[in-house]
Design a protein around this ligand. Structure first.
Ligand code: FAD
Ligand code: SF4
Ligand code: SF4
Length: 1001
């Protein structure tokens, strides 16, 4: 029998392990504490330091790693996206990350309806490749953008449409896997099995026969049972058979084994036709109980999904700017009252007409059940897609709760028969209130698996409540004949419940399966077999002993320094959370490891991960590194160490995560905070100073005759750029912005302040450092456009200089200098905001600093007023146009306009106004480039060590899209974006102000 995890006394010589891996494989080996720390957690409450991390490049690397680990007695833990919720992806093992290199599609066979893939491929990437063939892999987990097929098979995952397609296990034809001795075995239909797979299959078959009566008595009959190993494949107990023709498939033994039986090499997956049409009926309920009670009737209409969103989730979505308008398309507020629950009922198929009829049938059914007029009929595909996004974001919306109490997953996927759903949810709600908590319910009503997470503070007695609630929930599951583990797997939080569910004899039988496959307990020990206790504090990410180092922060993080009420979810006043780092640590701890930042498709987050695929260069990796350093888990004084500095190295401060991370992890702001400490302790380089002080010295360069000319020689005289790089580490491969004497301030544009105050249409155009010094024509264009529509434009300036937001100081971690600069600007601009005169800016990163960082620099209430009064040029003009004050006469535009949004514009949802503005030009058809950050990101792309990675970021989407449209006008509002486009595609990109000016009649 295998030893329990705690008793496994492995004396591991990590150095020797690393040495062998490095010499015998081509993979990447990591043994430093920070790298291991980044792999110590998944999306659960648990944390365990791995022995080492290995990123294999080839199949041979994995075989060698398994053999080396076996020789040295080091456990092996295969890993995908690390998005598991139960701790199955944490362990004191050699963690092997398949996601960087082991992620290919090997074969698509449409005739036989399968695809062969490597385990590290992400579901969305697979489905994107399958789309052109009109097929898909339909196990649509919410984490489809980051979950890998290996991880999905490991957990026997299931999605919203499992009522139509089943779980992972129902959609796997075969698995080729490495066994614990490094041998490869092919698992598929039992009748075709040979060699070791046949031997193992026969052994498990004999166990199944031996325990047949026990299996029939103890095995849950609901489809959503994922606990243990699938010992019932020889005598199916589920309401849904494993295979359509009843044949036994040995691959199904490995599905749901959580990396504890064998290491998947490749998987053969069953393809399904991509449904051509979908319709949606959103049923609104005035009581939660009625919603639950209706599910059993609704499924008789044969929907492809029935998903619940409860009142709390509705309210949270309504209060989230990104989701408000979408959720409201689904709601029927009866007498001004928000519904208590909605069910999203989807129908899908080949023809639209029958699906539309199904929605009508739903309307009739609900009327028959006593709920007339409660269905929103949603036939439009785009509206459906938007609503599904909100539903999929459900958990993440919930997890954005600030404070130490968090919704904890441990009974979040119990499955009960549909007719018992209403009773079960009601009873469990009572259990929560007994323990001073409350549950938010959502997800798969169609199959009786509702997600619910009571709010617990694991640092303060959460473990005791967790056990008490789990015990009462288990009793309910037993009463209602359900399954305790119905979707997310067993891992650590449900491992101990396997014996409770199946009884002693079957648990022993599962142990025998493990022993037959993995006699030395090599693969992911302590998962499924001999699991630890769910409330073993030594395995928690936040045990009661968790402490944070005291830190005097440079920015104000007090809004994160709060606690919450587990029932009302109300948070305490800022600054009362007891965080010795003033809220900085709590902001960092908001990362719950859900892995949403590992995405590649839409949005901005996270460009450095998109080009490197390294956990270290991912928002999550950075948050974990910071959290571990702030809580002294990376060693003494780790906060200011190179480990943390390196994790920030490729963060381009794009603010993608600020908007797109579901829990609001704002790494760009964290980088400012971090750099302010690191640089104070390690010193600023010459390059830091050159960049930071640019707004100050730029005026002298313009004022001293000949100086601009001399400095510009750097771009022209061979060798000077090279010398400059040696001196400053500014890349010789980059051209630098051209200095000029006719800066915006020396050009005397616009009107006087007196004229401004006297005007009926006054506007302050704030000339920032970049447009003002290097691209005066943008300022001129903005002035011309505004003046042509009757505005009085004033450009503020001071003696020998201009007002600066301090952006360059922030980027260098000089927060005191940034604050001084910001204060000066604030003092100067208050006289405009007091008179409600709008402040507009052209450079997105500068003007948006007034709405972002200014609010956390301790500048007082006047900063809030300034933030409200500051807009981008295009935001201002669109709001003016909407108010009927801006209607310029413009010439038609014959050319295509390609638009690249600056990532700070995207972060503040400020790209749409550019499109609206362009649409005012007759015939203009602006087209948005779906791109992440351009990669230049202020000074980042100019830095010699970052030049290459900067261009890689641009090459992801931006530069190829521009090259594909050689005749298009390219629009980019960001100065650095325009430089990147010039350097990478040799095209002049224009600010929107110039495009408008070009079209003035
Ligand atoms: C916000 C959120 C929403 C979620 N929604 C859903 C949902 O809708 N449905 C659902 O089912 N789950 C859901 N999950 C859980 C999780 O995302 C899924 O279980 C997912 O399939 C895990 O994939 P992964 O690549 O992250 O796997 P990982 O977490 O990396 O691994 C999962 C298991 O698979 C094993 N494994 C990985 N690769 C291999 C291999 N090559 N060989 C053998 N074993 C391997 C690992 O050892 C581990 O035990 C959600 C999680 C979060 C955070
Ligand atoms: S940084 Fe945000 S998106 Fe990334 S894992 Fe953490 S919480 Fe999720
Ligand atoms: S600011 Fe941008 S680069 Fe940095 S972590 Fe966030 S998304 Fe990634």
């Amino acid at each position: 029998m295998n030893k329990p995890l705690a008793l496994q006394e492995v004396m591991i010589d990590t150095k020797f392990l690393a040495k062998r891996l490095e010499s015998e494989t081509s993979g990447e080996v990591m043994t430093d504490v920070a790298s291991r720390g980044r792999y110590a957690t998944d999306a659960s409450i648990y944390q365990t330091m791995p022995v080492a991390v290995f990123v294999p490049k080839t199949a041979e690397d994995i075989v060698a790693a398994i053999q080396i680990a076996a020789d040295l007695g080091v456990p092996v833990l295969p890993r995908g996206g690390g998005t598991s919720q139960c701790g199955q992806t944490t362990g004191p093992a050699l963690v092997i990350d398949n996601t960087k290199y082991f992620r290919n599609i090997l074969d698509i066979n449409l005739e036989q309806g399968y695809v062969d893939v490597q385990p590290g491929i992400v579901l969305d990437h697979l489905n994107a490749a399958l789309k052109k063939h009109q097929v898909w892999y339909p196990v649509d987990v919410s984490t489809a953008a980051q979950a890998t097929i290996g991880g999905m098979a490991g957990n026997n995952s299931c999605g919203s449409r499992s009522i139509a397609y089943g779980n992972m296990v129902h959609n796997v034809f075969g698995v080729d896997a490495w066994l614990a001795d490094g041998q490869e075995a092919s698992f598929g239909l039992m009748k075709n099995a040979t060699g070791k797979a046949l031997e193992l299959g026969q052994f498990v078959q004999s166990l199944a026969h031996q325990h047949q009566a026990e299996i029939e008595a103890k095995w849950p009959k609901v489809m959503r049972r994922v606990a243990g190993y699938n010992l019932d494949i020889f005598n199916n107990q589920s309401e849904r058979p494993y295979t359509q023709d009843g044949q036994v498939n040995l691959a199904h033994l490995l599905v749901g084994s959580e990396g504890s039986l064998a290491y998947y090499k490749q998987l053969r997956l069953a393809l399904s036709p991509l449904p051509k049409h979908k319709t949606l009926g959103v049923v609104n309920f005035t009581s939660f109980y009625e919603a639950m009670d209706s599910a059993q009737h609704i499924v008789k209409l044969k929907p492809s999904a029935v998903e619940l969103v409860d009142r709390t989730m509705i309210d949270l979505s309504r209060s989230n700017p990104a989701f408000k308008s979408v959720i409201e398309t689904a709601l029927i507020d009866v007498a001004g009252k928000t519904p208590e629950a909605i069910l999203l009922v989807e129908f899908s198929g080949e023809e639209l007409a029958p699906l539309e009829k199904k929605v009508k049938d739903l309307v009739s059914l609900m009327a028959d059940l006593g709920h007339p007029g409660c269905v929103v009929e949603m036939i439009n595909a785009e509206s459906q897609k938007n609503l599904w996004e909100v539903r999929k974001a459900g958990l993440n919306i919930m997890m954005s709760l600030k404070g130490d109490g968090k919704p904890v997953s441990f009974i979040e996927d119990c499955a009960v028969p549909l007719e018992s759903l209403a009773g079960y949810t009601q009873d469990l709600t009572e259990v929560f209130s007994k323990y001073g908590s409350r549950g938010t319910w959502y997800a798969h009503a169609s199959v009786g698996t509702l997600h619910v997470r009571p709010i617990l503070d694991m640092r303060r007695g959460g473990a005791q409540k967790m056990r008490a609630i789990a015990e009462e929930a288990a009793a309910l599951v037993k009463r209602y004949k359900g399954a305790f583990s119905g979707e997310h797997g067993d891992g650590i939080c449900r491992g101990e419940w396997i014996q409770w569910q199946f009884g002693h004899k079957l648990t022993e039988a599962l142990g025998e399966i493990k022993h037959a496959f993995d006699p030395n307990n090599l693969f992911n020990p302590g998962k499924i077999i001999n699991p630890p206790k769910m409330d073993d504090e030594s395995l928690f990410r936040f045990p009661q002993t968790y402490r944070v180092i005291p830190l005097k922060t440079s920015l104000d993080w007090s809004s994160w320094d709060v606690q919450n009420d587990p029932v009302t979810e109300k948070t305490t006043a800022p600054g009362t959370g007891g965080d010795p780092s003033g809220g900085f640590a709590k902001a960092v701890e908001m990362c719950n490891n859900n892995g949403h930042c590992r995405k590649f498709d839409a949005g901005t987050m996270c460009p450095s991960y998109r080009v490197t695929r390294d956990e270290k260069h991912l928002t999550r990796g950075r948050a974990n590194t910071l959290r571990l350093a702030l809580s002294n888990q990376l060693g003494k004084d780790a906060f200011l160490s190179e480990d943390v500095k390196e994790a920030f190295d490729l963060c381009v401060s794009c603010k993608g995560c600020k908007r797109e991370c579901p829990t609001g992890v704002d790494m760009a702001k964290m980088k400012i905070e971090y750099l302010s400490h690191y640089k104070k302790s390690h010193g600023w380089t010459l390059r830091d100073r050159l960049i930071a002080h640019l707004p100050r010295y730029s005026h002298h360069i313009a004022a001293i005759p000949g100086l601009a000319f001399m400095l510009n020689l750097r771009n022209k005289v061979p060798g000077l750029a090279f010398l400059g790089e040696k001196l400053t580490q500014i890349s010789a491969k980059r051209s630098l912005p051209t200095w000029r004497r006719d800066t915006a301030w020396r050009s005397m544009m616009g009107s006087t302040e007196e004229a401004l105050f006297a005007s009926a249409k006054p506007v302050v155009l704030w000339a920032d450092t970049f447009n003002g010094c290097f691209e005066t024509e943008n300022i001129k264009a903005a002035v011309n456009v505004l003046e042509a529509s009757g505005y009085t434009v004033h450009i503020p300036q001071k003696k020998q200089g201009h007002y600066c937001c301090g952006r360059t100081y922030l980027a260098s971690g000089m927060v005191d200098e940034a604050r001084a600069s910001a204060q000066e600007l604030l003092d100067a601009f208050t006289r405009y905001t007091e008179k409600n005169i709008p402040i507009i800016g052209l450079e997105p990163s500068c003007i948006l600093t007034l709405r972002d960082e200014f609010l956390v620099m301790g500048l007082g209430d006047s900063a809030k007023t300034l933030a409200k009064g500051s807009q981008t040029f295009e935001e201002f003009l669109v709001s003016e146009a909407n108010a009927g004050r801006f209607a310029p006469e413009l010439k038609a535009c014959e050319q295509q306009i390609l638009l690249h949004g600056h990532c700070h514009q995207k972060s503040f949802d400020a790209v749409k106004p550019i499109i609206s503005l362009l649409k005012m030009i007759p015939q203009a058809q602006p087209q948005l480039i779906e791109s992440s950050c351009c990669g230049m990101a202020g000074s980042f792309g100019y830095e010699s060590e970052h030049h290459q990675v900067s261009l890689q970021m641009a090459e992801l989407q931006l530069l190829p899209a521009i090259r594909q449209a050689p005749d298009a006008i390219v629009l980019a509002d960001g100065s650095s974006c325009r430089h990147q486009i010039k350097d990478g595609a040799d095209r002049e990109a224009l600010h929107v102000a110039r495009i408008l000016e070009m079209h003035l009649k």
